[in-house]
Ligand binder design. Structure first.
Ligand SMILES: CC1=C(CCC(=O)O)c2cc3nc(cc4[nH]c(cc5[nH]c(cc1n2)c(C)c5CCC(=O)O)c(CCC(=O)O)c4C)C(CCC(=O)O)=C3C
Ligand SMILES: [Fe+2]
Length: 378
């Protein structure tokens, strides 16, 4: 039995990204399947990826995070537990990785999702991916139980590396420069449905922004703005856009900006294109001094905070009532999602794992062929 009892494996679960030019369009089709994203938007985003040789930085960032997490789990005394990496939209795919874990003997897996905040995209959609994998694997006679650690927007290991980078950036900018936090825009209705009570996406972001500003110490004012809007113009998404906001700050006489990708765990395409390429060009055009602050993803402290949450959750599952530290905002996020958490607005009944209401759907065809489906996950 592993020292992370009752779990016998950890899964780092992420978004995925292409690594070669001919992978870009198939990847974008995976991301947007059935999601009503206009074709023109896809063609526009394809150019962003081709700009970087068709290779997203996200997988290398995750390989490094995987190594750091491995190291921090060793330091936390759970060196014998295997750590796997899988993605929603590109290889290594979640189902294949979980099959491999099962083959190696794993029966209970604890998942770490690379999204710090709750929303459909950052929470439930990953839980739907896990449910789909569990359904596929059960048809193969493989039974697994999967849980997911709580969101970590409130953890020191996430916030402090950002704050250190912001403080350093402010040193290099004129006095009175503004701290502009940026996250991925989502449809207004998706924010309205985030978390069990709604608007948790924007609310938890504000808590994280306030905590970073507090750690920097001398920041009088900050803003939370958005990038990477993708739906049709007729649908309201969170605003203002970073580009428009920079123009507005310039017009107000702000002497410089530090742009902080607080919504992103690592330097993936949204960061290196939408901020480092597009927003920086806008700032240059405005003659507005611009520094982009770091993401936390590469910091050992970040992996250490994930390892701490992994160990905490295992203790909770053993019934040990561990402390649940929260270093920002309104307290620790829940471990197990209530049924109403981050509703899927297009398909509210789609199965999602790691929630109070998860049960493996009964598979009539499997029953008819008497295939062993194993026990339900809950
Ligand atoms: C909240 C959120 C996160 C953070 C949480 C998390 O990490 O999950 C996130 C992460 C990411 N989003 C990414 C890429 C893309 N997101 C898209 C589209 C969308 N994102 C949305 C939201 C989010 N996205 C939404 C509401 C859409 C509209 C379509 C839909 O409703 O699903 C599209 C389609 C084209 C476009 O329109 O941009 C792409 C290519 C990458 C990989 C980057 C790389 O390759 O380095 C990452 C990490
Ligand atoms: Fe996205």
């Amino acid at each position: 039995m592993s020292s992370l009892k009752p779990y016998d494996a950890v899964l780092l679960l992420s978004f995925g990204g292409p690594e070669a030019p001919d992978e870009v369009m198939p990847f974008l089709e995976n991301v947007t399947r059935g999601r009503g994203i206009p074709r023109e938007r896809l063609e526009e985003v394809e150019v962003h990826y081709q700009h970087f040789g068709g290779r997203s930085p996200i997988n290398d960032e995750n390989r490094l995070l995987l190594a750091n997490l491995r190291e921090q789990l060793d330091l936390a005394g759970v060196g014998d537990v295997p750590v796997y990496w899988g993605n929603r939209n590109w290889a290594p795919f979640t189902t294949d990785v979980l099959r491999e874990a099962h083959e190696a003997g794993a029966r209970r897996v604890l998942t770490v999702v690379t999204s710090a905040y709750p929303s459909y995209s950052g929470c439930r959609q990953y839980r739907e991916d896990l449910a789909e994998a569990l359904i596929t694997l059960s048809r193969e006679g493989r039974s697994l139980r999967i849980d997911k650690i709580r969101h970590y927007f409130d953890q020191d290991g996430f916030l402090q590396p950002i704050a250190d980078s912001v403080a350093a950036a402010l040193q290099s900018l004129p006095d009175g420069s503004r701290v502009v936090f940026v996250t991925h825009s989502i449809p207004d209705v998706m924010d309205d449905a985030s978390g069990p009570l709604g608007n948790a996406y924007t609310q938890t972001h504000r808590e994280a922004c306030a905590a970073v500003a507090e750690r920097v110490g001398t920041v009088p004012e900050w803003d939370l703005v958005y990038c990477s809007r993708s739906g049709p113009p007729s649908q309201p998404w969170l605003e203002p856009d970073i580009g428009d906001h920079l123009a507005e700050l310039k017009a107000k006489g702000v002497p410089g900006v530090v742009v902080v990708p607080i919504g992103f765990v690592s330097d993936h395409m949204e960061v290196v294109f939408d901020l480092d390429t597009e927003a920086e060009e806008i700032a240059q055009g405005l003659d507005l001094p611009f520094v982009r602050a770091a993401t936390s993803g590469r910091a050992p402290a970040f992996a250490a905070s994930l390892a701490r949450l992994v160990v905490e959750r295992a203790a909770a599952e053993r019934g040990e009532n561990p402390q649940r530290p929260s270093e920002a905002g309104a307290g620790a996020w829940h471990d197990v999602c209530p049924a109403t958490c981050c509703t899927n607005l297009r398909n509210p009944d789609k199965p999602a794992a790691c929630g109070v209401d998860w049960v493996l759907p009964i598979d009539k065809s499997a029953e008819a062929s008497a295939a062993p489906v194993g026990e339900a996950a809950r």
